[in-house]
Ligand binder design. Structure first.
Ligand code: FMN
Length: 274
């Protein structure tokens, strides 16, 4: 019997968090209606509160895993996180969020890695959120239409979850059919970004950026010192800066912003595979 719906998200600037939380809560609501016992719903922000130990799940749990897309791939720290999750046959709903350019192979990667970790992925969706790096791309996303689509995705996924959980008879588990997700396992490593966030004029050296950085690339003593080998340009530091000081500055950043805005102006819509 389903007892828990757990949402986990890797969301440097908060968009993926919002979509993942809504999907998790919507699924929990539907599952609750057809359950006689209380269904627990929990969400974890794995950037702001990294996992201290591996998490183990079982068939009584549904996991919603939301990850923000970097260069059409899953960010490396998110892959490390997936390796800390052990499915034990739990059903998974995979979610990627991207900044209106392309989600590339990320959803396929998520599906493949989740399978390796013992999850049964029954639904996977790609949603659009404001681009963390080029913030004028998809700047008003997610909007009401995105949230309505997230709800619809969650309702469809919940329907499938209920059908599959009802089919566990005398220990005989029905495996969901494979999802026909577009993409493939990338043969190359992730692309390193040539742009890195730096402090602006209002920086008061509070160190919040260094505390939040998921890869410890920022010096605690001098936030202007960045280890560019470690920095994944995720922009969590920009989002966390209490003075709005940190950003992507300089002519190269501005030129990239302008080019991206022209190239990816056309609105993309969420897509899912169930
Ligand atoms: C380093 C980096 C690479 C990115 N690569 C892509 C990409 O390939 N395609 C895309 O549409 N968005 C890309 N984005 C935008 C993120 O997917 C976007 O910031 C994300 O949707 C925002 O999620 P968040 O609010 O949860 O951080 C990239 C962002 C960063 C920081």
């Amino acid at each position: 019997m389903l007892k828990k719906v757990v949402g986990l998200y890797f969301s440097p600037s908060g968009g993926t968090a919002e979509i993942t939380k809504r999907i998790t809560e919507s699924i929990a609501e539907v599952v609750q209606v057809s359950s006689v016992e209380d269904v627990v719903c929990e969400c974890y922000d794995i950037i702001r509160k990294p996992l201290e130990e591996d998490m183990y799940f079982d068939e009584d749990t549904v996991v919603v895993l939301g990850i923000s897309v970097f260069t059409g791939r899953l960010p490396l720290p998110a892959i490390k996180l997936i390796n800390q999750l052990h499915g034990g046959g739990a059903m998974m709903v995979g979610v990627v969020c991207y900044g209106n350019t392309s989600y590339g192979d990320s959803l396929y990667e998520l599906y493949a890695f989740a399978g390796d970790q013992g999850f049964r992925t029954i639904a996977a969706g790609a949603f659009i959120t404001r681009h963390g790096m080029f913030e004028r791309l998809a700047q008003d996303r997610p909007d009401e239409n995105d949230y309505a689509m997230a709800r619809s995705f969650a309702d469809n996924a919940a329907g499938k979850i209920l059908r599959l959980s009802g089919s566990l008879v005398h220990g005989l588990r029905i495996e969901p059919a494979p999802l026909d997700i577009k993409g493939c396992m990338p043969s190359k490593g992730p692309v390193k970004m040539p742009l890195h966030p730096t402090p602006g004029k209002n920086c008061v050296l509070c160190g919040e950026c260094a505390r939040i950085c998921p890869v410890q690339a920022i010096s605690h003593d001098d936030p202007a010192k960045i280890n560019v080998k470690k920095c994944i340009s995720c922009t969590a530091c920009i989002k966390s800066c209490p003075n709005g000081s940190r950003g992507m500055y300089g002519p190269f950043a501005e030129a990239s912003r302008l080019a991206m805005e022209v190239m990816y102006r056309r609105r993309k819509e969420p897509e899912w595979f169930i």
